[in-house]
Design a protein around this ligand. Structure first.
Ligand code: BES
Ligand code: MN
Ligand code: ZN
Length: 500
């Protein structure tokens, strides 16, 4: 995709589709800069005779307007002017991108001033347009043979500003580049999530990490096999893959963008490529969605792809703990006790609480990098869906400052998170008669007791846990990966890099 920032369309500029935002009840005469008078009258009559009201999620396409450069014009509803805000902006831009995809628009003129508002910063707006119009190109085709494949690609995205003086082109171009990189990270995470478990195995994740590693000299990828993990004492991680034919993998992706003495941010991803529950087997209804149980790992790779494309001056290390959770004669049984890399023993009362079992050893492994912050990302509990639905990821942390920074990035990216308490009152749920810790609590507060389990392995550093079980994919007709929380994490690291 090519980008352009212009305030004046020259007559020989590319022909394309124009996008305008329009508030409910607004006057068409505001578009007199783009159309001559007879055209405006025509547009006004078409809109008046249609059902278009200018509400959010509404649009009207006009094919016969005679601006020399605009072959087609799309008017996107913005709702009521006094209720307009960032959320409405994002909805309108999503609608605009959907319309462009449906119409296969190749050259797109987005009339930025018509979407503007005093409360919305211009670079934020441009970054988010860049994210959404790149994201709309994502289409899952990999395992489709005979169905018609959609391969939508935008040729030019042209940002039209009328008042050129208010635009700092350098800042705007940076916002465009950031948006594109964030979207590339999101696309990678979506694709890895959407791939079925017979393709996306732990070995496949390792190969994906290795090829990502080849794209930038600042990246260095290392994959540990089962034997090496055994030697490091990662019995708890290994116990999860015991029942599977697929070998487990521990993948580290190092991005060294700053001085090598600069403490890294470590991202730890849950990479269960399929979660049957193991011997504590899940009900079969909807079990296919457990191919998404590696979305934490996918978001780690997506985020590293983004920051590496941006060549950020920061050090980040991704650690992926990957296994397939299967029942079989060699699988772990409920009641089995394993010794973790930290030396603590775990009574595995439920083999379906496997995410924490792979993460705990990866979190102990993270200590060796002397991290500034460790953030783990995991589709960890069904309980987080009960608490926060599919809107917000849960965040639980042992560090106030880190939580604040993440919440701030969530507010900017609109990739929402919400804090749940990690109080000591919940810890006793994990008491065991036969080991140092049990891997499950009782019935209530499942997201918190899962985080309590992880907290036993993160005492040596500042840590936050993101439970993305509700946000990593959409269900039903729209079933598909969301790429969350790549945007949140990318915003967080972009911001953190600025502070170095
Ligand atoms: N991968 C699941 C969590 C999950 C469930 C994600 C539903 C998305 C939708 C995780 O491994 C799991 O099975 N967790 C159990 C924990 C329980 C056994 C303590 C759960 O949430 O039911
Ligand atoms: Mn499970
Ligand atoms: Zn799981």
């Amino acid at each position: 995709m090519q980008y352009n920032l212009i305030n004046n369309i020259t007559p020989n500029a590319a022909k394309g589709s124009a996008i305008f935002g329009i508030f409910k009840g607004a006057n068409i005469s505001q578009f007199s800069y783009a159309f001559d008078k007879p055209e405006l009258t025509k547009i006004s009559n078409i809109i008046k005779s249609s059902s278009f009201q200018g509400e959010i999620n509404e649009s009207i396409s006009i094919y016969e307007t005679l601006n020399k450069n605009f072959e087609k014009s799309y008017f996107i509803g913005l709702g009521e002017k006094n209720k307009y805000n960032e959320k409405k902006f994002l909805k309108a831009i999503k609608k605009a991108a959907d319309v462009c995809k449906k119409e296969n628009a190749k050259n797109i003129y987005i009339n930025l001033d018509t979407f503007s508002h005093k409360d919305i910063k211009k670079d934020w707006a441009v970054r988010n347009i860049s994210i959404k119009f790149n994201d709309i190109e994502y289409q899952y085709n990999k395992t489709k043979n005979k169905t018609k494949k959609i391969n939508y690609k935008i040729n030019k995205l042209i940002f039209l500003f009328r008042d050129n003086k208010s635009i700092n082109k350098k800042i705007m171009n940076k916002a465009i580049t950031q948006g594109e990189a964030i979207s590339n990270g999101i696309k990678l995470a979506k694709e890895l999530g959407d791939l079925p478990s017979n393709i996306c195995t732990p070995t496949y994740l390792a190969k994906t990490a290795a090829s990502l590693g080849k794209t930038n000299k600042k990246l260095n990828v290392k994959v540990h096999n089962e034997k090496e993990m055994k030697n490091m004492g990662m019995n708890c991680l290994l116990s999860v893959g015991n029942g599977s034919e697929e070998p487990s993998k521990l993948i580290t992706v190092k991005y060294t963008g700053a001085n090598k003495n600069e403490k890294p941010i470590v991202l730890v991803g849950k990479g269960i490529t399929f979660d049957t529950g193991g011997i504590s087997i899940k009900p079969s209804n909807g079990m296919d969605e457990m191919k998404y149980d590696m979305c934490g790992a996918a978001s780690v790779l997506g985020t590293i792809k983004c920051i590496s494309e941006l060549n950020l001056k920061v050090n980040v290390i991704g650690i992926i703990a990957s296994a397939e959770n299967m029942p079989s004669g060699s699988a772990t049984n409920p009641g089995d006790v394993v010794t973790t890399m930290s030396g603590q023993t775990v009574e595995i009362l439920n083999t379906d609480a496997e995410g924490r079992l792979v993460l705990c050893d990866a979190l102990t492994y993270a200590e060796r990098f002397k991290p500034k912050y460790v953030i783990d990302i995991a589709t960890l509990t069904g309980a987080v869906l009960v608490a926060l639905g599919k809107v917000a990821s849960g965040v639980l942390s042992n560090d106030k400052k880190l939580t604040e920074m993440l919440v701030n990035s969530s507010n900017i990216s609109h990739d929402y998170i919400w804090e749940l308490p990690l109080w000591e009152e919940f810890q006793s749920e994990l008491d065991s008669n036969f080991a140092d810790i049990a891997n499950i609590g009782k019935r209530y507060a499942g997201t918190i007791t899962a985080a309590c389990f992880l907290s036993r392995f993160t005492e040596k550093y500042n840590w936050a846990h993101l439970d993305i079980a509700g946000t990593a994919w959409n269900e039903g007709g729209q079933k598909g990966g969301t790429g969350r929380p790549v945007s949140l994490l990318s915003h967080f690291i972009i911001n953190y890099a600025k502070s170095l």
